[in-house]
Design a protein around this ligand. Structure first.
Ligand SMILES: C[S@@+](CC[C@H](N)C(=O)[O-])C[C@H]1O[C@@H](n2cnc3c(N)ncnc32)[C@H](O)[C@@H]1O
Length: 253
């Protein structure tokens, strides 16, 4: 009992010190005075380019970060690989290292699909067979996100890897919302806990991509080409456009 009270007191002390530090650093910020900000082209209540800027011809900022993450883990895309909806990531990044490329679709009728399976219910999703699952930009579309992650983890072989990306910030995708749904924007903390329900901490790596400028541009459907490399690469963990997870099923599980 005493140790419980002591540890609670220590965490309260830590939390209050963190608040003091944060207040101090905010006070030190040189934010321009109220009323002096020039909004320029951003003074509008509708996006500059709707639908994530499709049709403008540039590279989508969200997809750029997804590709950056996948490129960094391309060596995981090998053996029997599952991707959702189509297999463009498997083909582009796995190449000859892929021995079998499966495409999962929740409903029959997708000509690219080799597996009809629902990640929310687990129905039709193979168990324990994949070396790699490419789960890019899917889980925000599944209302029962915990079940989707559970069935993804179960579909991997021991030692298999899931590469997941999803939105941390961003507009609703009307296309997705009208078909299967667009339910969630995830934090890094949530992603860590969702995978942590299945595997130990060391099996789960979470990364985020983005910053306030990239997020503003992304919200307006602006393109990668409209920012500098330095601007796009600046990482601010409090503005995660993309939350990405590499999680590996322990070999002894
Ligand atoms: C935004 S798309 C992403 C497609 C692709 N993976 C990509 O990186 O662009 C969302 C995908 O989630 C799939 N999806 C939605 N709900 C699902 C479910 N319950 N089970 C399996 N797939 C689902 C949709 O069919 C769609 O292919």
């Amino acid at each position: 009992m005493k140790s419980q009270i002591e540890s609670r007191a220590v965490s309260l002390l830590r939390a209050s010190r963190a608040m003091v530090r944060r207040a101090g650093s905010m006070a030190g910020q040189t934010a321009p005075p109220m009323g002096s900000v020039r909004f320029g082209s951003l003074r509008r209540t509708t996006p500059i380019a709707g639908s994530f800027g499709y049709g403008r011809g540039g590279t989508r900022i969200g997809r750029h970060y997804v590709n950056q993450f996948i490129q960094a883990h391309a060596t995981d895309i090998k053996g029997r690989v599952l991707e959702i909806g189509d297999n463009h990531v498997t083909k582009a990044f796995g190449g000859d290292h892929v021995t079998q490329s499966d495409v999962l679709h929740a409903e029959a009728g997708n000509p690219l699909a080799t597996v009809v399976g629902d990640l929310a219910t687990g129905e039709g999703v193979p168990v324990g067979v994949y070396d790699c699952i490419v789960l890019t930009q899917v889980v925000q579309c599944v209302y029962d996100i915990r079940a989707a992650i559970k069935h993804t983890c179960a579909a991997l072989k021991p030692g298999g890897v899931v590469l997941m990306t999803t939105l941390g910030l961003g507009q609703i995708s009307r296309y997705d919302a009208d078909r299967w749904g667009d339910y969630w924007r995830l934090s890094a903390q949530a992603a860590e806990r969702l995978f942590g329900e299945h595997w130990p901490d060391e099996a789960v790596e979470v990364q985020t991509y983005g910053n306030v400028l990239a997020a503003t541009a992304f919200m307006h459907g602006l393109s990668l080409e409209e920012l500098t490399q330095e601007e796009i690469n600046y990482h601010d963990p409090d503005y995660p456009i993309i939350v990405a997870v590499r999680a590996q099923r322990p070999v002894d599980s």
